[in-house]
Design a protein around this ligand. Structure first.
Ligand SMILES: [Zn+2]
Length: 177
């Protein structure tokens, strides 16, 4: 019997979500982190598969405390902690690819989000990343005739990616006009 009042089986232990010395996985996670960073040579996101503390961020027990994985990845890569914050350029919290982690403030993060047009309050042509404008969207919808004036033809005519034109025609994008 333990202080929890029941005998802990390996199944109980494996089910525990805590990341720290009481989690039998914790000894492996730091090694996993270092090995993954060393082996990951691409610019794709590298996702943390273990317990997620810090809400969406993964945590690793390091020198007596639990540290978010992306901060630790930055630390091992650059030799210092990201100050004040480690920010994801990929907007993917469980990612710990050091190429996607930059240091900066929360204000930098918000400015970066606005620059990329991810701010949800901006729509259509207000978005800095927008490839087209209201007038073009209306023209594309007016000119489209199934099997005659195709999405591919319109994409070439207005110099847009086919998927953008398909989104406009299917009203997955530019829904507000
Ligand atoms: Zn990433």
């Amino acid at each position: 019997m333990t202080k929890f009042g029941y005998k802990q089986t390996p199944e109980h232990i494996a089910k525990r979500k805590v990341c720290g010395p009481r989690n039998p996985m914790w000894k492996g996670t730091l090694e996993y982190l270092k090995r993954s960073i060393a082996n990951h040579k691409s610019d794709d996101c590298l996702l943390w598969p273990f317990s997620k503390s810090y809400r969406d961020y993964g945590g690793v027990w390091y020198e007596g405390r639990s540290v978010p994985v992306h901060r630790l990845a930055f630390f091992f890569t650059h030799g210092h902690w990201p100050t004040p914050n480690g920010l994801h350029t990929c907007d993917n919290p469980p990612c710990f690819n050091p190429r996607h982690i930059i240091e900066g403030t929360q204000a930098d993060n918000l400015a970066d989000m606005r620059r990329k047009g991810r701010d949800r309050t901006l729509r259509g042509e207000q978005r800095p990343s927008s490839k087209t404008d209201n007038a073009t969207v209306l023209k594309i919808r007016a000119e489209y005739i199934p099997r005659k004036v195709t999405a591919k033809y319109l994409a070439e005519k207005y110099n847009l990616a086919l998927r953008n034109v398909v989104g406009i025609l299917g009203r997955q994008t530019w829904k507000h006009i």
